[in-house]
Ligand binder design. Structure first.
Ligand code: ADP
Ligand code: MG
Length: 713
C-alpha cells in the first residue's frame, strides 16, 4: 500500500474514490458539486453521507459488510474502506492468484495490481457498492422529479419492511383479542354452573399465555413505529435542510419567520407518522371479525354496533372537512405570528429607537387573538369527535345489553354469551373511536404536508438534470452581454440591457446613485440570481454552466451589509475555507485593519462575535468581511462599498492593503468614496439599471464633473 497517503486532498480519500467511480461510470461530477452542503467531518466525506454525494452523479450506493475473499466481481467497481480512514477503488479481483486491481485516489488514474493479503491487513470489512441509476434524457417524456420519488413517500417506502412487520403485529394482536371474551363466556356458561375448577385453571393458563403474547406484540409494535418514525425523521429533516440551503435565492421566501413556521410544521407530520394511533387504522377491518363472532353468538346483537360505528365515522368525516379549513387558516395565522416574532427579535434596536413597539405589539396581539379563537373552535370540534365516539361506544354497549336481556329471556342467548358480546363490542368500537380521533389529527398533517410539498418543489441551484463543467475560475475575466434582470415580485427591472467587459486583472469601479443596481451587478456575478435575458460569462464560459460552489470559490466578496455567525472571530474569518494557516489569518487581519482591535482584546481571535456579529461594530464587521475576502486568495475580488462604515484611518489602511493584494486579480469595486478611486483604472457608471458611462478613470471623472453623464431616466 502506498505510504504517503495522508489526507491532503480536500474532501478526503472518499471524495477521490467517488470521482474515480464517476469516471469509471462516465458520470460527471465536480468536487464542489459533490460536497456542497453536505455535513463533512474534518473537511472529508464520510461513509455515512457518501450516498448523498454519489446520488448527485446519478449513482446509487450503499455501505455493506463484505469479506474480500467472497467479493463478487459483477458488483465492482466498489470502494474499500480502510482502518486508517483511507479508501481505494477496487476494480477487479482475481481469486486464483489472490490479487486485486485497485486505484488509489492519491495516485490519480493509475490502476495497480496488489495481493489481496496486503489489502486485508487494513480492511475494515466494509465496502461501498455504487451502481449507476438509469438516466432518462429529454426524449423520454415524464416528470424527472417524479422519477426521483417523492421526498416524503420514498423515505417511508424505504422503511416498508418495518411497516409490514407492524401490520403483521397488529393482525396478531387483533386475533389474540378474541381470547378474553371467549374465556369469560366459558367461565360463565361452563365453569361457574358446574364448579369445574380444573377447567378454570386450564382456561386461565391459556388466557395468561395469550395475554403475555399480546403484551410482547404491543411492545414490539410500539418500538417499530418509533423506529420507523425516527429513521424517517433523520432523513426527512436532512433533506428539508438541504432543500432550504440549496434553494435558489430568487425562490427565497418573503418572510423568514413564516417560512420557519412552515418548516416547523413538519413536527405535525412527524407526530402523525410516529403515532401508534395511525396503526390503529389497521385495527379497523378487524371490527368486522369481531362483528362476525358476535353474529355467530347471536345475529341481532350486531345491529347496534354497525349503527354506532357508522354514526361515529360519519360525524368524524363531517367534522374533518370543517377542521381542514380551520387548519389552513390557523397555519397561515401562526406563520404570521412567527413572522412578527422573528422580525421583532431581529430589529429590537430599530423598534425601540423608532418607537414602533405599539405597532409590533398590536400585530402580535391581533394574530394571537385570531389564533386563539381558531384554536378554541378547533379544540371544540376535536373533543366533540373523541367524546362523541366514547359516548357512542357506551350507548352501543347499553343497547346491546338491553337487547341481550330480551334474547336471554327468549332463551336465544346465554349469560356468558351476553358478557362475551359486551366485551367484543367494546373491542369492536375502540378502533372506530381511534379512527375518528385520527381523522381529527389528519388535517394538521395534511396542511403541513401541503406547505412542505410547496417548499420541496422550489427549484434548487443545483438541479439533478443539469450537468455542469468543472472549470475553476482562473483568470477572472467577466463579461455581461445584454443582461436584463428583474427581482422576483419586483415591478421594475433592476438591470436593463447591461453589457460590459472586465478583463482579467483589471480594476474597475462601479459608481451610481442609490438603488441604481450596483449591488445587483455583483450578485449576478456571484450567480446568486440568474439573468432573465442575456448572458454573463466568466473566463469565457456562461456562468450557468459552472457549479455555483465552484464559481463562488473563485470570488472574494465583501457584501454591503455584513452579517456574521454566532461563534468566535476565528470561526468567522475562516468560514467556508478548509485549511487556513494561523499566519495567514493574522496577516489578513492586519491587512484589513482588524489587528489593533484584536491585539487589545483579552480573547484575541477567540472573542465571541455574537449572533449576526452584533457584538462587533459595523466597521469591525466590515473589516472581518474584507479579511475573509483577502484570505480567500481568489482571482476575483468583488467589493460592495467595503469602507462604507470604516473610519478614515482604516480606509487608508484598506486602500493600502488592496493596492498590494489586488495585484494580478480582477477587482470590481462599488464605492461612494473618492479616495478609493485611486485603486482603479476604469469606471463604469450605472443609473437606473443601465450603464451610462464606461471608460478610463480620468475621462469618466472629467465627464462626471462637467455633468456630461446624464441619468438614464
Ligand atoms: P445599489 O446600486 O444601491 O446597490 P441595488 O442593486 O441594491 O442598488 O438595487 C437595485 C434595485 O433593485 C433597487 O431599486 C432595489 O429596490 C431593487 N432590489 C434590490 N434588492 C432587491 C430584492 N432582494 N428584491 C427586490 N428588489 C430588490
Ligand atoms: Mg448596493
Amino acid at each position: 500500500m502506498p505510504q504517503a497517503r495522508h489526507q491532503e486532498q480536500p474532501g478526503g480519500p472518499l471524495l477521490g474514490c467517488l470521482l474515480i467511480l464517476c469516471r469509471l461510470h462516465e458520470r460527471k461530477l465536480t468536487p464542489d458539486a459533490a460536497l456542497a452542503g453536505l455535513p463533512l467531518v474534518d473537511n472529508a466525506l464520510t461513509p455515512s453521507v457518501f450516498h448523498r454525494a454519489a446520488r448527485r452523479a446519478g449513482l446509487t450506493s450503499r455501505v455493506q459488510r463484505h469479506s474480500l475473499a467472497a467479493l463478487n466481481s459483477s458488483l465492482l467497481p466498489a470502494v474499500l474502506l480502510f482502518n486508517d480512514h483511507t479508501a481505494c477503488v477496487i476494480t477487479g479481483i482475481n481469486n486464483e492468484q489472490q490479487t486485486a486491481r485497485v486505484i488509489w485516489p492519491e495516485l490519480a488514474d493509475a490502476e495497480v495490481t496488489v495481493p489481496l493479503d496486503s489489502l486485508e491487513q487494513q480492511y475494515t470489512g466494509n465496502l461501498i457498492y455504487a451502481q449507476p441509476e438509469f438516466h432518462f434524457d429529454e426524449r423520454a417524456p415524464g416528470n424527472s422529479r417524479r422519477a426521483q420519488g417523492h421526498w416524503f413517500w420514498s423515505v417511508i417506502a424505504d422503511n416498508r419492511h418495518l411497516y409490514r412487520d407492524i401490520i403483521i403485529a397488529a393482525i396478531m394482536i387483533n386475533l389474540l383479542a378474541v381470547a378474553m371474551p371467549l374465556f369469560v363466556m366459558n367461565i360463565y356458561d361452563r365453569v361457574v354452573p358446574n364448579h369445574a375448577t380444573h377447567t378454570l385453571w386450564v382456561l386461565a393458563v391459556g388466557v395468561l399465555v395469550v395475554l403475555c403474547a399480546d403484551l410482547g406484540l404491543r411492545l414490539m409494535r410500539g418500538w417499530f413505529v418509533d423506529l420507523g418514525a425516527s429513521r424517517a425523521d433523520v432523513r426527512l429533516s436532512a433533506s428539508i435542510m438541504e432543500q432550504i440551503l440549496g434553494m435558489k435565492l430568487s425562490e427565497r421566501p418573503a418572510s423568514a419567520g413564516s417560512f420557519a413556521s412552515n418548516v416547523q410544521s413538519f413536527e405535525s407530520v412527524r407526530g402523525f407518522i410516529g403515532s401508534v394511533t395511525l396503526v390503529a387504522l389497521v385495527d379497523l377491518p378487524f371490527m368486522l371479525v369481531f362483528c362476525l363472532i358476535i353474529g355467530l353468538i347471536n345475529g341481532l346483537l350486531v345491529i347496534p354496533i354497525i349503527v354506532g360505528a357508522l354514526a361515529v365515522l360519519g360525524y368524524a368525516a363531517l367534522a374533518q372537512r370543517k377542521m381542514r379549513k380551520l387548519s389552513d387558516t390557523m397555519n397561515r395565522a401562526s406563520a404570521m405570528r412567527n413572522a412578527t416574532l422573528i422580525e421583532s427579535l431581529g430589529n429590537l434596536e430599530t423598534i425601540k429607537t423608532t418607537g414602533a413597539e405599539s405597532k409590533m405589539q398590536g400585530n402580535w396581539e391581533n394574530s394571537i387573538l385570531f389564533l386563539s379563537k381558531l384554536t378554541t373552535r378547533m379544540r371544540l370540534l376535536a373533543s366533540s369527535v373523541s367524546n362523541g365516539a366514547l359516548w357512542a361506544q357506551h350507548v352501543v354497549a347499553v343497547s346491546l345489553i338491553i337487547l341481550g336481556v330480551y334474547l336471554i329471556r327468549e332463551g336465544q342467548l346465554t349469560q356468558g354469551g351476553l358478557i362475551a358480546c359486551y366485551l367484543l363490542s367494546s373491542r369492536a368500537m375502540s378502533p372506530v373511536g381511534q379512527a375518528a380521533a385520527l381523522l381529527s389529527q389528519y388535517h394538521h398533517a395534511v396542511t403541513a404536508m401541503d406547505s412542505l410539498n410547496g417548499i420541496m418543489a422550489r427549484p434548487r441551484e443545483r438541479s439533478n438534470d443539469r450537468h455542469r463543467v468543472s472549470r475553476p475560475i482562473q483568470q477572472g475575466d467577466i463579461e455581461f452581454r445584454h443582461v436584463n434582470f428583474t427581482y422576483p415580485n419586483a415591478e421594475r427591472p433592476a438591470l436593463t440591457d447591461v453589457s460590459f467587459r472586465i478583463r482579467a486583472g483589471e480594476h474597475v469601479a462601479i459608481l451610481g446613485r442609490n438603488g441604481s443596481g450596483k449591488s445587483t451587478l455583483e450578485r449576478l456575478m456571484l450567480g446568486l440570481y440568474e439573468p432573465d435575458a442575456g448572458t454573463i460569462l466568466m473566463d469565457g464560459t456562461d456562468i450557468r454552466q459552472l457549479d455555483p460552489a465552484e464559481l463562488r470559490r473563485g470570488m472574494g466578496y465583501v457584501p454591503q451589509d455584513v452579517s456574521l455567525f454566532y461563534g468566535t472571530l476565528r470561526d468567522n474569518l475562516v468560514l467556508g475555507m478548509p485549511h487556513v494557516e494561523d499566519a495567514h489569518m493574522v496577516q489578513a487581519a492586519e491587512q484589513s485593519g482588524l489587528s489593533d482591535f484584536i491585539n487589545t482584546h483579552p480573547s484575541g481571535f477567540d472573542m465571541q462575535v455574537g449572533e449576526r456579529g452584533q457584538l462587533l461594530s459595523g466597521g469591525q464587521r466590515q473589516a472581518v468581511a474584507i479579511a475573509r475576502a483577502l484570505l480567500k486568495e481568489s482571482p476575483v475580488l468583488l467589493l460592495d462599498e467595503p469602507t462604507g462604515s470604516l473610519d478614515q484611518r482604516n480606509e487608508e489602511q484598506i486602500k493600502h492593503s488592496l493596492q498590494h493584494c489586488a495585484k494580478g486579480r480582477t477587482m470590481v469595486l462599488v464605492t461612494h468614496r473618492s479616495t478609493l478611486l485611486s485603486l482603479v483604472d476604469r469606471i463604469i457608471v450605472v443609473d437606473n439599471g443601465q450603464v451610462v458611462a464606461n471608460g478610463p478613470k480620468a475621462e469618466v471623472l472629467d465627464a462626471l464633473r462637467q455633468g456630461k453623464i446624464g441619468s438614464a431616466a
